[in-house]
Design a protein around this ligand. Structure first.
Ligand SMILES: [Zn+2]
Length: 153
């Protein structure tokens, strides 16, 4: 993993973001989350890693959401990986409901993708059939399964 894979920028329309500092290969680790800290409470900056724990750090704070993500935040391996080859300068973004069951600050996504969620409010608020198209972390998949079990009981 090179330092330049993950470059924090401040010039996004919505504030800060992260871009690829060089071309990235599919599957490449672009950030290590092991240095993140456990946050006292979830916020717009934190990522849910399951077990009622939310992490914070520069590796997660500036990663924006996309409904067509190019990176995956893996809360078991505690890293961020490229989902496909990524060009230098391309913004790195992950699918927030892949880690977040609930979000403290839902927002309207402007990504423009055909499959755009519209309002991004965590996996809890998204339709299970929409979520099935995405790779989700186990703690989120378990909550979806539990919610579906309650619904069909
Ligand atoms: Zn979207």
């Amino acid at each position: 993993m090179s330092e330049t894979a993950f470059v924090i920028v401040q010039d996004r329309p919505y504030g800060a973001g992260v871009v690829a500092g060089r071309p990235l290969a599919e599957g490449e680790v672009v950030a290590d989350l092991s240095e993140c800290v456990i946050a006292e409470a979830p916020s717009v900056y934190t990522i849910d890693v399951g077990g009622d724990r939310h992490i914070d750090g520069p590796q997660v704070r500036y990663l924006n959401h996309s409904c067509t993500p190019n990176v995956y935040v893996d809360t078991e391996r505690m890293d961020v990986r490229a989902l496909r080859p990524i060009a230098a300068g391309e913004e790195l973004a992950f699918f927030y409901p892949s880690t977040e069951w609930d979000m403290v600050a839902p927002f309207d996504c402007l990504c423009g993708a055909a499959e755009c969620l519209g309002t991004v409010a965590g996996a809890r608020a998204a339709a299970p059939e929409v979520l099935r198209a995405y790779r989700l972390n186990r703690h989120v998949a378990e909550r979806i399964a539990a919610a579906e079990a309650v619904r069909s009981a």
